[in-house]
Write a protein that binds this ligand. Structure first.
Ligand code: OOG
Ligand code: NI
Length: 444
């Protein structure tokens, strides 16, 4: 029998093989990432603090975009078969200057052991067709009837997914069938694209056309993880692959790595067939698949995140002055999430451990091990969407937006949408209670 986590690892590997065969620059990205990771691990003994080399080497995130609540629910079913749960609600309609007509969540494992086995995650976005700032009632109606007619996921795939979720495993034959159908559902379809319909949506937003202008979905990028993203950025340039002009997320500095730093290369122009207005089939090209790479750091608490959000919007000089300079400060100011362990080898000098966390850390009673950030950043996500936008698109800033929120998404998915802060906090609190007990303190 193939348990859930093996299905997840196999799915991630097969998607990676498929993407590598179709998008050559992705293979270059993998090569350079692997080189950089080997070198970093070779040079810094403690590079594995934010994830062992095996995990990091296999680690990927992908992104897909769907059109309707029904498609979103079906995607959730497929990811549930892989042990991936919806975490976080991202409203990219509001994200900074570059608003896109989607709301999103990330499907990922939520337990530490599962993340360790394989942390594959998929950022999944849904077109907000009812948002009048982007789509008028007439276009919404036509979009909905187009989307209602298509089936992104065959029913055999959905049945196997439900079975895998229910039973926590599949036998080998069923697993093989499930993986084949699942990978196929995320490949770029060779079906001709309706030129007029695609162009109409593209005038609103390239993302609307990418989602609602074709009859299928596709993985639009697959992102490896790298331990030194500045070095990777330099080397990709040397290999002649032009990345966007910056690395998004926290600045490079000599303090602790936090959250997520990402950079990408622009969407590739790929030959596609089009159905012309007169019914004939013509040639053309679309830019819908791109490349991205990321470095992951320590997860921040709500307080840490609030400071991050404040500083990232402000002048660059403020960051080194105000952001905690060391892991110790991040932990003591309760701005970063850590797993706490009783320190081995503390001398038995008859002292009693203090009650407070800074005292326990300074007195050498506890060690703090960073908890890796497993999620995404809305500003960077909105930025990556821009990688395949050729034009700004149009929107009416005065019209009223429909209310899409985490509660709404949870009802659509018929599953709880986890709050990322709660997940990190639960892991930290559990470890702290156990560590306090181990050194003879009351649990809290
Ligand atoms: C998803 C963009 C979000 C990231 O890394 O922030 C994302 C998309 O372009 O569909 O993948
Ligand atoms: Ni991404």
């Amino acid at each position: 029998m193939i348990p859930t986590w093996r299905l997840r690892a196999a799915f991630a590997r097969r998607l990676s093989d498929m993407y590598g065969a179709e998008v050559p620059a992705y293979t270059t990205l993998l090569e350079v990432s692997a080189q950089v990771n080997d070198e970093v691990i070779g040079k810094h003994g403690d590079a594995g603090r934010l994830g062992g080399i095996e995990r990091v080497t296999a680690e990927r995130h992908g992104a897909i975009r769907v059109g309707t609540p029904r498609e979103m629910r079906q995607a959730a079913q497929i990811f549930a078969a892989l042990g991936m749960r919806p975490v976080g609600f991202y409203d990219l309609r509001e994200a900074a200057a570059s608003s896109v007509p989607v709301v999103s969540t990330a499907f990922r494992p939520v337990e530490a052991e599962e993340l360790e086995r394989n942390p594959f995650r998929v950022f999944t976005s849904m077109l907000t067709t009812a948002d009048r700032r982007f789509f008028d009632a007439d276009l919404e109606g036509r979009l909905e009837s187009f989307l209602d007619r298509r089936a992104l996921f065959p029913s055999e795939l959905l049945h196997l997914a439900a079975q895998a979720e229910r039973e926590g495993e599949l036998d080998e034959t069923a697993a093989e069938r499930f993986l084949t159908l699942a990978v196929a559902a995320f490949e770029l379809s060779p079906e001709p694209v309706d030129r007029t319909w695609y162009a109409e949506l593209e005038r609103i937003s390239a993302v609307a056309a990418d989602i609602g202008g074709v009859a299928s979905t596709h993985i639009n990028h697959l992102t490896p993880r790298v331990l030194d993203i500045d070095e990777l950025y330099r080397r990709m340039g040397e290999r002649g692959i032009t990345m966007i002009d910056r690395i998004q997320g926290p600045p490079r500095w000599d303090g602790p790595d936090v959250l997520l730093r990402q950079t990408s290369f622009r969407a590739l122009s790929e030959a596609r067939r089009f159905r012309e207005a007169d019914g004939s089939i013509g040639e053309g090209a679309l830019r819908v698949r791109f490349g991205e790479v990321e470095a992951r750091g320590i997860a921040l608490t709500r307080a840490g995140r609030a400071l991050y959000d404040e500083l990232i919007g402000g002048p660059a000089g403020a960051w080194p002055l105000r952001f905690p300079r060391t892991e110790r400060q991040l932990a003591a100011r309760e701005m970063g999430f850590f797993r706490y362990e009783p320190a081995a080898g503390r001398p038995r000098d008859g002292q009693r451990p203090p009650q407070d966390l800074p005292g326990l850390l300074d007195g050498g009673w506890l060690n703090a091990l960073p908890i890796v950030y497993e999620d995404f950043l809305p500003a960077s996500a909105a930025g990556i969407f821009q990688s395949n936008l050729t034009e700004e698109g149009t929107r009416d800033r005065t019209a009223i937006g429909t209310h899409y929120d985490q509660q709404w998404l949870s009802e659509v998915l018929e599953r709880p949408v986890h709050d990322p802060f709660d997940l990190y906090a639960a892991q930290q609190d559990r470890s702290l209670r156990q560590a306090r007990e181990a050194i003879g303190l009351p649990k809290d």
